[in-house]
Design a protein around this ligand. Structure first.
Ligand code: SF4
Ligand code: SF4
Ligand code: SF4
Length: 275
């Protein structure tokens, strides 16, 4: 699990740098910038630049929300903000931990509103909620022409776009500091759609109920607040496949596997010991 976590962090760093280079300089800067740009779900789904959206839906069905793990720039930015604030907390002698929260219907309701706005041609909502547009908005203070081509086209003017970018960055930082991937698990419409597919992904995370000693570490490090230690369950629909839980578990009790874990009955345990 530590290797999966390391691969995810490397992937997230490369994609975030490539997307920033693509937006600030242009996709011609490096093949990786072009690839990162073309692999964004929203661009692919709305502009039909490639079949990337379909590939991501299939990969989500197989592996869960790996797009959210290391490809989406907003997910990586949220992780970056969380890490920064946790470091500051440690320096000040404070310990910030996550804890399990029950799922709500907020994200699915936002997804519904988002889809209605797309159908009705209301551009403001996608401009404020889509991860790709949020990334562009956040970069507008450095490149105001990015705001021209989106906010300007809708008749708002670049200044509104820059304000929206600054507000988005501040809100994302504040939310990430306290609640980790809250935006990804409760607001983002793309995340809402992926969670519907990823909830029963073929390969998913499970806690081995016999190995786990309920120490609680996995719940404390889960930025998606989806590990319920008391029940020894993981809500795979909200899990963003960061693999922090598995890497932190001292008993290696968290597995990325195909079969669903069942609690071992005492009878079955005895039979297992005899074999
Ligand atoms: S939930 Fe949305 S913002 Fe978060 S990583 Fe996934 S696509 Fe990006
Ligand atoms: S960190 Fe491992 S041992 Fe501790 S509660 Fe989580 S799964 Fe169980
Ligand atoms: S359960 Fe939480 S910590 Fe574990 S991989 Fe999923 S999001 Fe990350």
């Amino acid at each position: 699990m530590k290797q999966l976590r390391a691969i995810r962090i490397l992937m997230a760093t490369l994609f975030a740098l490539a997307i920033a280079a693509c937006l600030l300089i242009g996709p011609q800067i490096h093949p990786m910038a072009r690839a990162a740009w073309k692999s964004q779900i929203i661009l692919s789904a709305l502009a039909a630049t490639s079949g990337a959206a379909f590939v991501w839906l299939l990969l989500t069905f197989l592996f869960g929300r790996i797009y959210c793990a290391g490809v989406c720039p907003i997910g990586s930015l949220s992780d970056g903000f969380s890490a920064l604030f946790r470091k500051i907390d440690r320096k000040m002698g404070r310990k910030r931990v996550y804890s399990y929260r029950e799922p709500t219907r907020l994200q699915l309701n936002i997804l519904l509103v988002y889809l209605v706005c797309i159908v009705l041609g209301i551009g403001l909502v996608p401009l404020l909620l889509e991860p790709w547009n949020i990334t562009r908005n956040i970069l507008t203070p450095i490149r105001p022409d990015l705001a021209d081509s989106t906010w300007g086209r809708l008749g708002f003017g670049a200044v509104i776009g820059i304000v929206a970018g600054v507000v988005s960055a501040v809100l994302l930082a504040a939310v990430s500091a306290r609640r980790g991937r809250f935006f990804c698990t409760s607001v983002c419409p793309v995340g809402g759609a992926l969670s519907l597919i990823g909830s029963r992904s073929v390969i998913h995370l499970e806690i081995d109920r016999d190995a786990c000693d309920v120490c609680g570490i996995c719940e404390e490090v889960c930025p998606a607040e989806c590990v319920k230690v008391l029940d020894r369950t993981i809500d795979n629909s909200r899990c963003v496949r960061c693999f922090e839980c598995g890497a932190a578990c001292p008993r290696e009790a968290i597995h990325y596997q195909m079969n669903r874990n069942m609690p071992l009955t005492p009878l079955f345990r005895r039979a297992k010991q005899r074999t």
